[in-house]
Design a protein around this ligand. Structure first.
Ligand code: XBP
Ligand code: MG
Length: 243
């Protein structure tokens, strides 16, 4: 089995974006004169619903209140979130930039499979990896490409189709149970780096669970599954795990 591509989730995996999404939602609520304010504990529960707009609708349903203008609120949240990203408030997680640069140098194709919109992916990559870095990814599948949400596998399926690869030739990177179910339900081996909002979730279907991708000065800790690298997930270690 040869490793032919890496497929990255974005929120929680490339960066701890969810805290910034939460704060941005709260700012959008306040600006609209609403009394909604999502605490960290509540947001952890709300994250079980993927897709920000669906999360808004789900919350109104749970609270048994009239649905606000979710499209408008979500659009404003996205603007605020992107301002935060552009201000440098959402850095990449440890090892992410290192692994992406290494894969690029090694000519190992990379793709993205995420529930968020393309403009959010663009902002995050451009701010953290520079202008043009979006081009480093051969395929980018987002909420703009499918209405089905993780744990549905559709976003990963269209990514595989566009890469023209089979599931077992790729490695997915995820941070959440919904994401893991989405990738593994179509048999894509998946490495999980739990995020601040998902560290209490079940990742038993993962090929490997590590705290982060690791840096030379900040080693990752192995949590479960196959041991890959020793503290640092790099291209060589990933290729050997597939060999
Ligand atoms: C991410 C999401 C997104 C983000 C916010 O899921 O569910 O909704 O929370 O982004 P995953 P939007 O990491 O599994 O892809 O508000 O743009 O949806
Ligand atoms: Mg995620």
């Amino acid at each position: 089995m040869t490793l032919k591509a890496l497929i990255f989730d974005v929120d929680g995996t490339l960066a701890e974006t969810e805290e910034s999404h939460r704060v941005s939602f709260n700012q959008a609520f306040a600006e609209t004169g609403m009394d909604w304010n999502w605490s960290r504990d509540l947001y952890r529960k709300l994250l079980k619903t993927n897709g920000g707009i669906h999360r808004l609708r789900k919350f109104a349903e749970l609270e048994n209140v009239e649905q606000p203008d979710c499209l408008k609120l979500h659009a404003r949240k996205t603007e605020i979130y992107q301002e935060n990203v552009s201000a440098g408030k959402v850095p990449l997680r440890p090892g992410v930039e290192r692994l992406i640069r290494q894969a690029r140098e090694a000519g190992l194709p990379m793709a993205i499979a995420t529930a968020t919109g393309l403009s959010n992916v663009y902002s995050l990559l451009t701010k953290n990896l520079g202008e043009g870095s979006i081009e480093w990814f051969k395929v980018i599948s987002t909420a703009n490409d499918t209405t089905k949400r993780k744990p549905d596998p559709h976003v990963f399926q269209i990514t595989l189709d566009r890469l023209e690869l089979k599931a077992h030739q790729c490695l997915a990177f995820e941070d959440s149970r919904n994401g893991l179910l989405s990738s593994t339900s179509i048999n894509i081996p998946t490495l999980v780096t739990p995020s601040v909002y998902t560290d209490d979730q079940d990742f038993s279907e993962a090929m490997c669970v590590v705290t982060t991708l690791g840096e030379p000065e900040y080693h990752a800790e192995h949590i479960s599954g196959t041991r890959i690298g020793s503290g640092i997930i790099d291209v060589e270690a990933l290729k050997s795990a597939f060999a």
